[in-house]
Design a protein around this ligand. Sequence first.
Ligand SMILES: [Zn+2]
Length: 292
Amino acid sequence: MPDFKFAHIPSLENWIILAPRRAKRPDIHEKRGAFCPFDPGNEKREPEVYRIGGEPGDANWSVRVIKNKYPFAPIHEVIIHTSDHLRSLSDLSVEQVKLVIESFVNRFNTHLRQGTVCIFSNSGHDAGESISHSHSQLAVVPKEVPIVVPSLEEFLDYRGEHLLVKDFKIVCPPYSQWPDEVWIVPEDRGKLFGEITYEEMEALAYVLRRLVWIFEARHGQDFPYNFYIYPRRDWYVRIMPRAKIPGGFEIATGIFVNTQDPRDTMQFIKKHFFEEEEEKIKLSPAEYRRGV
Ligand SMILES: [Zn+2]
């Protein structure tokens, strides 16, 4: 069979993707000394479709985008956040995260006419990551396949608690599906992600990196999380720490049981967002579990 195949679920406005070849992709998450295809020196082996820094094909890049070797969509790319084999977005400078966002914008606009451009990140093994080198992905979903994801409509008259940082509102919606879920909502509403300004890129880089940083302090340094950029008009970014694995009830009903009050998450963010990073002690997952 081909690498992937979309199949409609007849009773739902939803689809599945059958992609058995992806089961063969290497899982080098925790293997020390394992070959990392995202490291510099592999530019010929993994040809790029976009880069920032250096010359095409050389090893002097800051951000590089390659095709996913195990695609599940007609266009499926990997955005490598840095040439350093670093695990976390919070290990990068704000300037570097801004280059990552600039790459997202370039790839989003490149593929805009091909379908729904979904940019997402899996960080940590329990969040679906198979290579621990910091990266995100972009997958284009064909236009006829709907995406089932909340929109910002509910925020039109949002008066609830939030934190305003530069051009963005940080919000923990009352209908959060995941514990410690957080949304980053631009003040300038109604745009496509690809229309983000240079100033907004810088502000988003700061906000995104900071949120990952403080969640690392809360959940342990290698805590699993996902984020995605809403692909349609009125974009937002949603970060979901993956402290909880959806159970049978969620699968049976589509209704999530959230064990964390979003108001507490908002309080946590407000308390720690502007803290000096030097004061932060990063705990490993083992230390976190021990309750250090
Ligand atoms: Zn690497």
